[in-house]
Write a protein that binds this ligand. Structure first.
Ligand code: ADP
Ligand code: MG
Length: 246
């Protein structure tokens, strides 16, 4: 047990997150314990409002749990002061959003460099071009996001998340704005990062076909983990979700 814990790339321990106070309080997470081993690909699913985004934000150090702890490797991050957390987040985690969140006036290369530059770091040209090559966008560095397809824009966002070589990549519905064929490109890319480079990936999705790219599917309902499936196929995921009423 102890060994497993120290080996996790990311871990949540007794995680609670409440928004607001008193009668208006929303209890988004109600005691979540999860560990993500290095080089694993996990899909997080569950009905709308079950706490998936809140969980991802807490795991990625973008939100603070009300109670409980988040660990990246051997470091407890949920108690770090903001400056230190921001610094560590740059090197330890990457985050991909459903809506890509690219800067339209900037080139692809500038978008990939932006988080590092905002953190006052010098991001090398080679690192940027490497990250773009890894997502299959070599030669596109001078394009603007608007000149690219949705799938290509999401791949720019993945390059931006991976340029700092984070231990864990978090993705919140990364294919939610894409059609199925384009979504496949993005999922295959996440899968390849796990298989070829030992990337750890935690992805929220509504789509059982997308979730079947993962090694493991964690189901949330009402802020709790209600199932943890090992390599389920799309049909068994669909069956389990429909029993949840999601
Ligand atoms: P999911 O991603 O599974 O749809 P969320 O994590 O976004 O769920 O939300 C879980 C619950 O927390 C929901 O009831 C939602 O309305 C509530 N919630 C999320 N963010 C906030 C916030 N900033 N303030 C108040 N309530 C929130
Ligand atoms: Mg969400």
């Amino acid at each position: 047990m102890t060994l497993l814990m120290t080996e996790s790339a990311a871990r949540a321990e007794g995680l609670h997150r409440e928004y607001g106070r008193g009668a208006a309080a929303v209890h988004a997470l109600r005691g979540v314990d999860l560990a993500f081993g290095p080089g694993t690909f996990t899909a997080v699913m569950g009905p709308s409002g079950s706490g998936k985004t809140t969980l991802l934000h807490c795991l990625a150090g973008m939100d603070r749990p009300t109670r409980g702890a988040v660990w990246w490797g051997g470091t407890e991050v949920s108690r770090l002061p903001e400056r230190r957390l921001a610094q560590l987040r740059r090197s330890q985690v990457g985050f991909v959003f459903q809506a890509f969140n690219l800067m339209p006036a900037m080139t692809v290369a500038e978008n990939v460099e932006l988080p590092g530059r905002l953190a006052g770091e010098r991001v090398g040209r080679t690192e940027v071009l490497d990250a773009l090559a890894r997502v299959g966008l070599a030669g596109r560095e001078r394009h603007r996001p608007g000149q690219l397809s949705g799938g290509q824009q999401q791949r720019v966002a993945i390059a931006r998340a991976l340029v700092s070589r984070p231990a864990v990549l978090f993705a919140d519905e990364p294919t939610g704005a894409l059609d199925r064929a384009t979504g496949h490109e993005v999922l295959a890319l996440l899968r390849a990062g796990v298989d070829r480079e030992g990337q750890t990936c935690v992805m929220v999705t509504h789509d059982p076909v997308a979730a079947a790219y993962a090694d493991r599917v964690v189901l949330l309902a009402d802020g709790r983990v209600v199932d943890d499936l090992d390599r389920p196929g799309p049909q068994s995921i669909t069956d389990r979700l429909s029993r949840l009423g999601g």
